[in-house]
Design a protein around this ligand. Structure first.
Ligand code: NDP
Length: 312
């Protein structure tokens, strides 16, 4: 069997195109575009790329996007002051603080910053109030990556109700909200993590298997029920030739990419899963592009909710 590939790039483009006219209509009605404030602290190269993409996509859909940059030496109080200003701003409907914050700010800095973002503007869905609303199935906004997975499953006509969904990973930003969103779609959900016993056997029970772990190629073909839908959230940069060789057979085009560039982006799902799964998200080009698209949708949703308008 060769799995059907679930195209996140095309869906992200469609979602973005759908937003354009709705954003323009909001701007006409309110005399201002929806506003997104993005806070970037320090010089982490990956964060700079993510933020650049978020700024560009936001501007493309017609938002006002303000990037607030702070040096790596900034204090937690300085970050909290920027968040407080954005919370109070009438021009900003959404606030996003790019993770990770510099380690020098302390281990609980990120949580304290997320705690400070007002729930109505929490377009990442990471604040405790947002998580509480999600848990009660009352959230207008949920974390972008798992929301993107749900959009993809819906767009591809993959039934969730009554199916067994196994989520590997229990982080606050992917695994847990993913499990809740699948539960709210009436899936029967199992959450696995690093202490789970006999992970392959549990994964083999899944009709829908979501891998959000951060280990290249962890999920192999023998973990997957034939015909299952496999969603690969992982994004891992492989630089070790042995790992690359274990993932891709000689002659595979991705191995050529690795040899050419010295690294290759892979998911948590081994490429041999494509022989067993019914449907599979590729990496790159699966879940990744949907995260930003959902962030944009969340920002419009936040603007509509703040304006007391229907979200649909
Ligand atoms: P975290 O490191 O926060 O969480 C990883 C989870 O995987 C933890 O719950 C951990 O368990 C579990 N885990 C680790 N090793 C194993 C193992 N051997 N067996 C079973 N479970 C294991 O990662 P994130 O949730 O933030 O991200 C996961 C992946 O998704 C990463 O590759 C990340 O880059 C990617 N990602 C992709 C996004 C996208 O846009 N597509 C967005 C966000 C993340 P425990 O809790 O017991 O430690």
């Amino acid at each position: 069997m060769s799995a059907r590939l679930l195209d996140g790039v095309a869906l992200a483009r469609r979602l973005q195109q759908d937003l354009g006219p709705r954003v323009a209509a909001f701007t006409t009605r309110h005399g201002r575009p929806p506003g997104l404030g993005i806070v970037l602290v320090g010089d982490d190269p990956a964060s700079q790329v993510y933020v650049r993409n978020k700024v560009r996509t936001g501007q493309e859909v017609g938002f006002r996007v303000d990037l607030e940059r702070l040096p790596a030496t900034a204090t937690l109080d300085e970050v909290l002051a920027v968040v407080a200003r954005l919370n109070a701003s009438d021009a900003h409907d959404g606030i996003l603080v790019q993770s990770p914050l510099p380690a020098s700010m302390g281990h609980d800095a990120e949580q304290r910053v997320f705690d400070a973002i007002t729930v109505q503007k929490d377009v990442d869905g990471f604040s405790p109030a947002s998580v509480g609303l999600l848990s009660q199935n009352r959230a207008a906004i949920a974390a972008g990556t798992p929301s993107g997975v749900i959009e993809l499953l819906l767009a591809e006509g993959i039934e969730m109700a009554g199916r067994h969904a196994v989520v590997v990973g229990r982080s606050d930003i992917v695994g847990k909200p993913m499990a809740l969103l699948l539960l709210h779609r009436n899936a029967t959900v199992t959450i696995c993590h690093s202490r789970t016993r006999d992970l392959p056997a549990i994964c083999r029970q899944a009709d829908i298997l979501v891998a959000a772990v951060g280990r290249p190629g962890l999920v192999t073909a023998d973990w997957v029920k034939p015909g299952a839908t496999v969603v690969d959230v992982g994004i891992n940069r492989v630089t070790d030739p042995e790992v690359a060789a274990a993932l891709f057979p000689e002659g595979h085009p991705r191995l050529a990419v690795f040899r050419d560039k010295g690294s290759v982006l892979v998911g948590d799902v081994h490429p041999n899963v494509a022989d067993v799964a019914g449907a599979l998200t590729p990496v790159p080009g699966g879940v990744g592009p949907l995260t930003i698209a959902m962030l944009m949708r969340n920002t419009l949703t936040a603007a509509l909710v703040r304006a007391g308008e229907p979200v649909a």
